[in-house]
Design a protein around this ligand. Sequence first.
Ligand SMILES: C[S@@+](CC[C@H](N)C(=O)[O-])C[C@H]1O[C@@H](n2cnc3c(N)ncnc32)[C@H](O)[C@@H]1O
Length: 295
Amino acid sequence: MREAFSTEMGTLWQADCLKWLPTVASDSVDLIFADPPFNLGKDYGAGIDDERPEEGYLRWCREWCDELVRVLAPGGSLFLYNLPRWNVHLAAHLDGPLTFRHWIAIDIKFSLPIRGRLYPSHYALLYFCKGPRPRVFHPPRQPLETCRHCGGELKDYGGYKNRMNPRGVNLTDVWRDIPPVRHRRHKNRGANELSLKLLDRVLDIGSEEGDLVLDPFGGAGTTFAAAALKGRRWMGCELGNTAAIETRLAEPGEDARLLDRWHAELGGLFTDRARTLRDKHGHDSSRYRLVTDET
Ligand SMILES: C[S@@+](CC[C@H](N)C(=O)[O-])C[C@H]1O[C@@H](n2cnc3c(N)ncnc32)[C@H](O)[C@@H]1O
């Protein structure tokens, strides 16, 4: 275990999380995000086992889950991203020491069909808090979901159209707008990497500026990048190579640009793009109370 690098916002350790987590103080972390290997036999580099017998994998997950429960501050929030296959067990393990809040379905567009099964179309993001309720809960309001071709509503809001909050609709527990990180320009290393948009939202929901965020599976550093850009302190570890994380945090320009783009879409019932499409395709937006009505 060694300290890989530090910035003014946080410190990364190159370490096995089961060795590093015991060094973190109890009840000290405001928000935890964990995206472990899914035990799908992926190559994360030398010495990282992603193909364990089922019970061995779950035993390993329960071990670091117990550490995450210990280090989480009262009122703190834990988000755990995994396949439904594993999170069904981990949710049962965490329910008791922590309080269950949500099973958030993250829609995935490009999965492969599995013979004899339903087509897998979501990953599970578990959301728990320590104690009866979270200290921070600020789910960001969202624009209406619209067709990317014509701007038409995907849901019918019926008679509620003239009574909607002009700042957007309530965030639901099904997230269809999280893009995969595929384009090489947005990708910080070869292996799995989550969208910054997912971390941006998670940090909005469960933390405030100055709070401390922990991620025990650093990967390409998406959690740390989001935390730093959003004024949160961070700490974490990664067993594999940490060079990509260090470079990413030293050069935050591309991440900052992406965050700005997504933030510009928030704050109203329709994004600019949806509005343009709606006008072009003759969808009547006037029945909604729009931000422009307020200003
Ligand atoms: C799914 S990736 C995380 C990706 C990350 N959320 C991101 O967006 O960049 C899981 C990471 O956990 C790391 N890892 C695997 N076993 C570990 C362990 N025992 N301790 C710490 N990190 C580990 C892997 O090297 C891999 O980078």
